[in-house]
Write a protein of this length. Structure first.
Lengths: 152, 463
């Protein structure tokens, strides 16, 4: 099965110069954990995820200090959270985005998801424009469909 | 960006040509010129293109082998595997300590200071930074100290910059105290035969003198921010909220972690006695104790052993060191270092005190710009060559150690600890320290502490 057959075509994306707060609100509203960031020319420039927000608001040394448990939230977390309104999506987003082509096989995309530890991959057409997004759920559902499971 | 890159390449080429010209006028033979050129080309290239340092090191080693400047057997001999393995063992132990919550426990000690005053804070931050640096390593130490300082300054709503700088100074000074504090410590110990006891007897007291003078200096330099902190402390009364910030780690794990580390430190401290008792070669145990401890830890935590090796050991840096040592060793192999030692001896008129002073100040100034491991690796074979010229080496080794560590305080890129801590400061507070904001206080601390070491090393105690 090809990616274009199972991907989500109604793409919701955000602009790089939008505020990080608005982007986060959109994630909450949509009940998803990440969105592609697409510029005015329709070019994919990054991915904005909850992980990027967490990376920003938690102390930057958190991954270096091992077991360093905060009993109470440090004041800096609240301060940084409030700053999200003044920060642009482009400042927090991940720029090295893994993408796939419309004609790639689902199995290949699943392999990338497992080995690169990503949940969703933007799908590009030959002109390098984003035409959809494929998630782990899309792939599993396609396998379920192939196996004859009744999924809605 | 493109122009800067071209400029860097032009400067690099110019410097390489200059070294080539100087080595030709010195009358060096072809293998000597090649080894010198490859070494300096690598050093300068590393300075200009830091992110490419391992790639540059690979190319340098490849060129040395391809030009038959050194053979495979000697290349392996010079790569100082014993030092690399020691560092692997220590990094793994530090990984265990992080995991057991040892450092969080240390931080809670700072947060629990009773009747806090601004001066008391500076005093404790400095001493903790220095002691942590000389018992684990400077980079691990500064990460935790920076974390503690940021939490406390965040609580009192004051600018953390002066305290981060003070902690960095103390960390760099503290890293001179033992063989564990800095990679150059173990490198010098391994090549000189100096033992942990020698460090405790000669370097540790001098570290305290430098630290004390630095504390006096920074308390004066930062008197205004200290006054502000004093006022904030008075306003906020007790620091009970601070105490609650970080939880104390699980007791059993912490105790086990502490026990493993404590026993390792004890055996490292006693290594010379045990070597004498068991008639082992000098430093055999010093270099093998971290490996034995790390081995035990990996048996104890066998499920996490692979993760310790893969995540806690900084292979990128170690590989760079290994290849760097091999390149520096080639300078000795081709005889360049002997020629250089003779020239230097002639320039200082054979006077050991002038030689020590020259080495101390050169390594201080050099390590303020270059990575101190690069500098010390280059100087070690030269210092070894001074022995055949009749010099007493002990003061020269101490000069190299102190110069290499204290020089790191002069500029904001002087040591890895500086870069790591200032990186954390910038990410957490958006404060970017300018070169000159650091330079004047750094230069003062660097010059004063080096001058103290200069005086001390001139005394008969260090002969």
């Amino acid at each position: 099965m090809k990616v274009k057959e199972v991907m989500t075509k109604e793409l919701i994306s955000i602009k790089p110069n939008g505020s990080a707060k608005d982007a986060l609100d959109l994630l909450f509203k949509m009940h998803i954990s990440g969105l592609p960031v697409i510029d005015e020319e329709g070019k994919l420039v990054g991915m904005f995820t909850e992980k990027d927000v967490l990376t920003y608001i938690l102390p930057s040394y958190i991954d270096k200090v091992g077991r360093f448990v905060y009993d109470e939230n440090p004041k800096s977390i609240k301060k940084k959270f409030l700053e999200l309104g003044n920060i642009r999506v482009s400042q927090l987003m991940r720029r090295d985005v893994i993408t796939t082509a419309e004609d790639a096989s689902c199995c290949e995309v699943a392999r990338i998801m497992l080995t690169q530890n990503v949940r969703r991959i933007p799908v590009l057409n030959k002109e390098k424009k984003v035409v959809g997004i494929i998630t782990r759920e899309d792939i599993i559902k396609s396998y379920a469909k192939e196996a004859g499971w009744g999924t809605d | 960006m493109g122009n800067r890159l071209v400029l860097k390449f032009i400067i690099l080429l110019f410097l390489i040509c200059l070294i080539g010209f100087i080595s030709k006028t010195m009358g060096l033979n072809s293998p000597q010129i090649i080894s010198l050129l490859i070494f300096f080309a690598s050093v300068f290239a590393t300075l200009f293109f830091w992110d490419f340092r391992v790639a540059i090191a690979f190319l340098g080693i490849g060129a040395l082998l391809a030009t038959k400047t050194v053979d495979l057997e000697n290349l392996i001999k010079f790569s100082s595997l014993e030092v690399i393995l020691f560092l692997v063992g220590m990094m793994l132990l530090v990984g265990l300590l992080k995991d057991s919550g040892f450092f969080a426990w240390i931080i809670t000690i700072i947060l629990r200071i009773k009747n806090l005053t601004a001066r008391k804070f500076v005093f404790i931050v400095s001493i903790m930074s220095a002691l942590l640096a000389c018992s684990v390593d400077e980079v691990t130490s500064i990460v935790f100290m920076a974390a503690a300082i940021l939490e406390i300054c965040d609580y009192f709503e004051i600018d953390p910059t002066p305290y981060i700088i003070i902690s960095i100074f103390s960390t760099n000074i503290g890293s001179t105290g033992t063989v564990l504090g800095n990679p150059i410590g173990i490198l010098i110990a391994s090549k000189s035969g100096l033992t942990f006891e020698d460090f405790i007897l000669k370097a540790f007291p001098l570290m305290w003198v430098c630290l004390l003078i630095t504390i006096i200096l920074v308390v004066f330099w930062y008197r205004k921010p200290l006054k502000k902190l004093e006022e904030k402390i008075k306003d906020s009364q007790a620091n009970e909220i601070l105490v609650r910030l970080i939880s104390i780690p699980p007791e059993r794990e912490l105790k086990l972690g502490l026990a493993v580390f404590g026993v390792t430190l004890l055996f490292i401290a006693l290594h010379r006695r045990l070597e004498l008792l068991w008639r082992l070669e000098t430093n055999t145990l010093l270099l093998s104790i971290p490996l034995i401890s790390a081995g035990m830890v990996m048996i104890w935590r066998w499920q996490k052993a692979r993760s310790y090796i893969e995540k806690d050991v900084d292979w990128w840096t170690l590989l760079f060191f290994l290849l760097l040592f091999a390149k520096a060793g080639t300078l000795k192999y081709t005889g360049v270092t002997e020629v250089l030692a003779k020239k230097i001896s002639y320039l200082v008129k054979g006077n050991p005190k002038i030689l020590m002073g020259t080495l101390l100040w050169t390594s201080t100034i050099g390590s303020s710009i270059l990575d101190n491991v690069v500098l010390v690796a280059a100087f070690i074979p030269i210092v070894q060559s001074f022995k055949t010229l009749g010099f007493f080496l002990s003061p020269l080794w101490w000069a190299l150690l102190f110069g290499g560590c204290l020089g790191g305080n002069i500029t904001l890129v002087g040591s890895t600890a500086n870069i790591v801590a200032l990186g954390i400061l910038e990410k957490e507070t958006n404060i970017r320290i300018t070169f000159f904001k650091w330079f004047w206080v750094g230069l003062s601390v660097g010059i004063v502490t080096t001058a103290i070491v200069w005086l001390a090393l001139s005394s008969p105690f260090y002969r």
